[in-house]
Design a protein around this ligand. Structure first.
Ligand code: TRP
Ligand code: ZN
Length: 474
């Protein structure tokens, strides 16, 4: 049989191509595309309504290898960030978030990349010969060398984050936007990654980070510390603390490795509360499910070194000796916030509501204060009713009382709706298990609760989670 027609257009096209090629090639060069790869630049932000420029589109980081040299006396940081990422589109260029600090050099796939800085956006354009290695689905590596005097960021709340100078060193706090002050990255909670952090400091100082201490040695009179975080971590939970710490290591009965670092000025007053970490972890695991990480601990700074505590992964940072309730709160965040991480900043009540509820549960089990009492106190507090927890009006409100107190009230109303404590705590453990090492949104939470209870809880969500006015207590 003869099929002349289908062949003809193809042959015609084949003949035509050489004639068109020079013009086409010129047009593509003009658009920045060469070698037949038609990538486009990744987005400069992830359109988080609270921080539209935060994070970047077009790739997903799988690993950060940070090599840092910190000299607190000179107020200098020198760093190399080795970023391994998977392209989620064909990329011709991509962004990283970086605040302050000077970029000295960048490579992508081992070749020098063109670097552009505009505010907090660092753009890398890979060399043409490696662009095909940034096609959708492929894993690539970018290396950025940078240095400078790292900046302290004043966040929307007026709180200081980023790189903070302490009495004897420095500490990095990243929630919600501070981590871009000490390393370039995809700084949005939705992109979690593993980390290897190597920090070199003058001898006599200790450098603490997240995860496990892999090694500590002295090289040319400088102390080199290597830390590894194997479980996924959101970048706002990454930390480095440099100072004259007293450190302690041990292992809990459950096999969790503990590392605490305490400023000598806080040492005596911290001892008793830090000794309770294994008991708090064991109590929390009964309520919330298995502890999600292989190591835990704390960093205790000196009063005034920062104005708030932060649930940095594995090892929360405290500005001075914490009370037991603050310890319970920050350790609860290891489940709520760190293992189950908000999909976007709007969902931060899933962190603070549960961490506050953990305090209520602790008070009920250890301080003779029934949860109903904590609920009633929160309910009576006008500050908790300024806005619904699922919808802070602006970035300045993200850590306001409704996110904490009213967030905890939402959790308690779910408990009342379930009306069976065994079923309620099974639901909570199921939640942390379902999203372990992942991200979750408010919609994921309400859908999960409705699915597990088999009930339509629209009224509960409308009244307690989304409503603008104080609903009747019963
Ligand atoms: N998430 C921290 C906690 O509750 C507190 C926190 C982090 C915070 N960043 C903030 C509070 C900015 C106010 C402003 O443990
Ligand atoms: Zn908190």
């Amino acid at each position: 049989m003869d099929h002349p027609l289908p062949d003809r257009p193809a042959r015609r096209a084949a003949r035509a191509r050489p004639l068109l090629a020079p013009a086409l090639a010129l047009a593509l060069l003009g658009a920045g595309c060469t070698g037949g790869v038609h990538g486009t630049p990744g987005a400069a932000g992830l359109r988080d309504p609270y921080f539209p420029g935060l994070g970047n589109g077009g790739y997903d980081v799988t690993h950060y290898g940070l090599t840092l040299d910190v000299d607190p006396a000179a107020d200098r940081l020198r760093g190399t960030a080795r970023i391994t990422a998977r392209a989620t589109q064909d990329l011709s260029a991509f962004h990283l978030d970086l605040f302050g600090l000077d970029v000295e050099r960048a490579t992508v796939e081992g070749r020098p990349a063109a670097v552009n800085r505009a505010g907090k956006e660092l753009t890398l354009r890979p060399a043409a010969e490696v662009e095909e290695r940034l096609r959708e689905g492929r894993t690539f590596t970018a290396v950025v060398r940078y240095a400078g005097s790292p900046r302290t960021v004043t966040d929307a709340e007026g709180e200081e984050e980023g790189w903070l100078r302490t009495a004897d060193g420095a500490v990095a706090l990243g929630e919600p936007t501070g981590s871009m002050a000490w390393f370039p990255g995809n700084h949005h909670p939705s992109d979690k990654a593993a980390y290897d952090v190597e920090i070199t400091v003058p001898e006599g100082l200790t450098a603490v980070s997240n995860g496990e201490l892999v090694s500590r040695r002295t090289v040319d009179g400088r102390a080199v510390h290597r830390w590894r975080t194997a479980e996924p971590m959101a970048s706002h939970l990454a930390t480095v603390a440099v100072g004259r710490f007293r450190t302690r290591q041990s292992v809990t009965a459950d096999g969790i490795r503990l590392f605490t670092a305490v400023d000598p000025a806080s040492a005596v007053a911290s001892e008793e509360v830090l000794d309770r970490i294994p008991a708090v972890l064991a109590w929390s695991a009964k309520k919330f499910g298995p502890y999600p990480f292989r190591s835990a601990g704390a960093v205790v700074e000196r009063k005034g070194d920062s104005s708030y505590a932060l649930e940095t992964q594995n090892r929360p940072v405290f500005p001075g000796p914490p009370g037991i309730r603050l310890l319970v709160h920050e350790l609860a965040h290891q489940w709520f916030g760190n293992s189950v991480t908000p999909a976007a900043w709007r969902d931060v009540w899933l962190n603070e509501g549960f961490a506050t509820y953990a305090e209520w549960l602790w008070a009920a089990d250890h301080e003779g204060a029934p949860v109903e009492e904590s609920f009633a106190a929160a309910y009576a507090d006008d500050r908790n009713w300024a806005f619904p927890p699922a919808g802070p009006p602006a970035a300045v409100d993200l850590f306001d009382p409704p996110v904490y107190g009213r967030g905890a009230m939402v959790v308690h109303r779910v408990r009342l709706a379930v009306d069976d404590d065994r079923a309620f705590f099974a639901l909570v453990r199921g939640w942390t298990k379902a999203h372990r090492h992942g991200n979750a949104s408010t919609g994921d939470f309400t859908a999960y609760v409705e699915e597990k209870t088999g009930r339509d809880l629209t009224e509960l969500w409308d009244a307690w989670l989304y409503g603008t006015s104080r609903p009747p207590a019963d």
